[in-house]
Design a protein around this ligand. Structure first.
Ligand code: AMP
Ligand code: ZN
Length: 113
């Protein structure tokens, strides 16, 4: 049995509000949104996080970002959004299946906390 939360969301074992899916990627609303749009874009392949990603995952990482840009375009939030990868526990990574946060629909401060 796969114990990874996001792998279980991809398989439908755990429900989530799906926003987008293609052969390589899956996107769904974050359960604890930090803005009007807060979507998580993940590769279907289980990768623990950015620091575990390999050269052969480069295309997949690009795909996740392009899906985020696509969703942002669809939602009309292109005046300002952020894509974020939290890497490691000290940066707040709590789920160890690589995910790109897409946050937008409000003004965003810099630097992030
Ligand atoms: P991170 O802290 O960068 O690892 O991000 C994990 C994100 O997953 C957080 O923003 C959580 O709110 C979100 N999350 C955790 N469980 C679920 C779930 N079952 N469905 C949707 N989002 C979730
Ligand atoms: Zn996983």
């Amino acid at each position: 049995m796969n114990t990874c939360l996001f792998c279980r969301i991809i398989s439908g074992e755990i429900s989530a509000k799906k926003v987008y899916e293609d052969e390589h990627t899956y996107a769904f609303d974050d359960i604890n949104p930090q803005g009007p749009t807060h979507v998580l874009v993940i590769p279907k392949k289980h990768i623990r996080g950015l620091k575990e990603a390999q050269v052969e995952d480069a295309e997949l990482l690009g795909r996740c970002h392009l899906v985020a840009a696509h969703i942002a375009r669809q939602r009309g939030i292109e005046d300002g959004y952020r894509t974020v990868l939290n890497v490691g526990p000290n940066a707040g990574q709590s789920v160890f299946h690589l995910h790109v946060h897409l946050i937008g629909g409000r003004s965003l401060r810099w630097p992030p906390g």
